[in-house]
Design a protein around this ligand. Structure first.
Ligand SMILES: [Zn+2]
Length: 320
């Protein structure tokens, strides 16, 4: 089931208290969404489906218009997540890496559309702008009687964030608008992309998780960006240290695109008008079923690495 913002805040707290992290897949096609929900169901885990600006504007959804893209994406996800097949899978829809001039209009639209949780890309913002953007979203929620659950970030690709920055950024938004923040994404030595990771620090995760929770007076999980370059043991250590949400994009794209290349290498010869299997090979279903056969397993494996398995139904039983 697709979770409301309030249910999502409870789930993030549940993850912190039970020492697991929820896998957040940057799913960039309808078939990727289906695969992720099947994988979560298979291991009774909550799952986050997230979109960045590039999916919302991309050809399969908004075709240049991010608001249209969000409406199409969320309509598809809502129908699927609320189908009886996935009634026992807690599903979060999260906006990830929204940036540029359209940031606030897109995120306000997400809030009106009852997106489960929200974050923005702060890499081009000054600290003051970062704070102001989040405060404006909190004000918008207040003036429109909407609930909102927020992730705030700072310098996720810039090495390890100083604790003073957590006080200055996270602490300021929490002081001005208590209760909206649920996740904090400081730099902990990871990098977006598939490169090698140097300087990854579980101590930083522990310290930031403790400080953010102290500032808020409630459990705050760390959101880990740039997880693709980490080993399984590094991921498990990150979860043990206080990570509650693990973003997964580059490696997921690599697995899916390599499977697609493999499919066309194996079956490309059928793509002629004479071949009897031309149609089933050429149709989207042929390719997507082939990709799913390997991809779903990898999603399950990653959920298990994050200790996320077997928490789906127990979490839903806590909702009133
Ligand atoms: Zn990220």
């Amino acid at each position: 089931m697709l979770l409301s913002p309030d249910q999502t805040r409870s789930l993030y707290e549940h993850a912190v208290q039970n020492h697991y992290a929820i896998l957040a897949v940057n799913a960039d096609s309808p078939a990727a969404i289906v695969d992720c929900l099947h994988a979560a169901k298979e291991c009774d885990a909550p799952i986050i489906i997230e979109t960045s600006l590039w999916q919302l504007q991309g050809h399969s959804f908004g075709a240049g218009d991010p608001i249209l893209g969000m409406d199409r994406y969320l309509a598809d996800l809502r129908v699927l997540a609320n189908h009886p097949r996935f009634a026992e899978v807690p599903v979060i829809y999260h906006t990830d890496h929204i940036k540029g001039a359209g940031t606030l209009p897109i995120l306000k639209h997400a809030m009106k559309s009852r997106a489960s949780s929200i974050s923005l890309d702060s890499s081009d913002l000054t600290p003051a702008e970062n704070i102001d953007h989040l405060c404006e979203l909190c004000d918008f929620a207040g003036s429109h009687a909407l609930s909102a659950t927020l992730e705030m970030e700072a310098g996720v690709d810039d090495g390890v964030t100083a604790l003073a920055e957590t006080k200055a950024l996270f602490g300021e938004v929490e002081t001005r608008h208590p209760g909206f923040l649920a996740l904090w994404a400081p730099g902990v030595g990871t990098q977006h992309g598939l490169g090698e990771v140097n300087g990854f620090s579980t101590t930083a995760i522990q310290e930031h998780q403790q400080l953010a929770s102290d500032l808020a007076g409630r459990p705050i999980g760390i959101a880990l960006h740039g997880s693709s370059g980490l080993s399984n043991s590094q991921l498990a250590d990150a979860v043990e240290s206080g990570v509650a949400k693990v973003n997964w994009s580059s490696e997921s794209l690599l697995i899916r695109s390599q499977a697609a290349a493999d499919y066309y290498r194996h079956y490309g010869e059928r793509l002629t008008k004479e071949h009897p299997d031309f149609k089933p090979t050429a149709m989207d279903n042929g390719l997507q079923t082939y990709i799913a056969s390997g991809y779903q397993m990898r999603v399950v494996e990653r959920i298990r690495t994050l200790n996320g398995a077997d928490f789906g139904k127990p979490f839903l039983s806590t909702l009133t």
